[in-house]
Design a binder for this molecule. Structure first.
Ligand SMILES: [Fe+2]
Ligand SMILES: [Zn+2]
Length: 337
């Protein structure tokens, strides 16, 4: 019997038992069993006013079941959308230089020529050892087209997944079909060289996959986001619309007032390591829409999973990029059977 190996993208099994966000308590929890859960969080939840754990346990179990189904359901939705969705702006599905702000084109040229100094360009924000940079990336015309495409999609009866348990109104742009012609070329041609320049650590910026979605902050919808870090090596967060008061991004440490705020401006990107703690301050009025891309490097995350901080326990995916890990998958090939 011959043995064949293929390299498959994978996810770490910690995704199926940890980092579950309990919105009503603003708490991230792990869940291995009901006993472990009560032992770990019982006292804290009681102090926060929880008198009955059953609805909490039910909520967690539903979330973990949703996570188990993600790869299969996502593929089904993407296939359905590809066959049935009529885009409002078909032209934005292929990357064009005209979508990009002239400053980012200039920035890339300078980086390639080696003629740029980060500090001199005024690109650098540095606080508490966290590197956060910002630069203009898209024209406003492109931002408006992308928002109207996403709004149009949301108004149709197409099947919709949601970016994660913390953002309930965003759209998964891979399912919408924007990766192949627009977002993967954008990552390879622009975001990777810029990331290599801004975050020069070896391998962190050799990306081989990403997850990309929009987030939508609006009154009576999502209005803020608790402190967290991202499941990425580097995150780029591009503002498409910021007709709002409040809703700034805040980089700092949970439980401390130290840190700094970043006010979004349409067309501008903010870029940071996924490991940088951040939150979204309460939106007071209006609407803000951003495109978020979690860029991933399998040589980095294969050593340590950014979510559980351990050697990842990998589950290969049959399709797609999983959570950006790579694993050798062994097949037994029995000839003639
Ligand atoms: Fe984030
Ligand atoms: Zn993990």
């Amino acid at each position: 019997m011959a043995r064949n190996y293929t390299m498959n993208y994978a996810r770490c099994k910690c995704f199926l038992e940890s980092n579950v966000y309990l919105k009503s308590y603003g708490l991230h929890v792990s869940f291995k069993s009901e006993k472990q859960f009560e032992d770990c969080y019982g006292k804290r939840l009681s102090e926060m006013g929880c008198t009955d754990f059953r609805p909490v346990v039910h909520e967690i179990k539903e979330e973990l079941e949703r996570r188990r189904r993600i790869p299969y359901e996502s593929m089904e939705r993407a296939n359905y959308i590809k066959a049935n969705y009529k885009p409002l702006h078909p032209d934005i599905f292929e990357l064009q230089d005209a979508f990009l702000h002239r400053d980012v084109v200039k920035l890339l040229c300078c980086i390639k020529e080696g003629s740029i100094d980060k500090a001199a360009l005024g690109l650098r924000y540095r606080t508490h050892g966290v590197d956060v940079f910002s630069f203009p990336i898209f024209t406003l015309e492109f931002c408006n087209k992308l928002i109207s495409e996403v709004d149009h999609f949301n108004e149709t009866s197409m099947p919709k997944g949601r970016p994660n348990s913390m953002n309930n109104y965003g759209v998964l742009l891979d399912e919408l079909g924007l990766n192949e012609g627009l977002l993967t070329p954008l990552r390879k041609q622009y975001l990777e060289p810029i990331s290599q320049f801004l975050f020069p650590e070896k391998k962190v910026t050799e990306f081989d996959s990403h997850k990309v979605f929009t987030v939508n902050y609006e009154e009576n919808k999502d209005t803020e986001l608790a402190f967290h870090f991202d499941n990425s090596e580097v995150t780029i967060n591009v503002c498409l619309l910021a007709n709002c008061e409040g809703g700034e991004l805040f980089f700092g440490t949970p439980g401390s007032d130290n840190g700094f705020g970043y006010t979004h401006e349409a067309g501008n990107a903010v870029i940071h390591r996924g490991s940088a703690f951040h939150c979204v301050l309460p939106l007071l009025s209006g609407r803000r829409v951003n495109l978020v891309m979690w860029m991933r490097s399998s040589p980095v995350r294969n050593l340590t999973c950014p979510m559980c901080r351990r050697t990842p326990d990998l589950e290969p995916m049959e399709n797609g990029w999983g959570d950006g890990f790579l694993v050798a998958n062994e097949h037994s090939a029995n000839k003639g059977t």
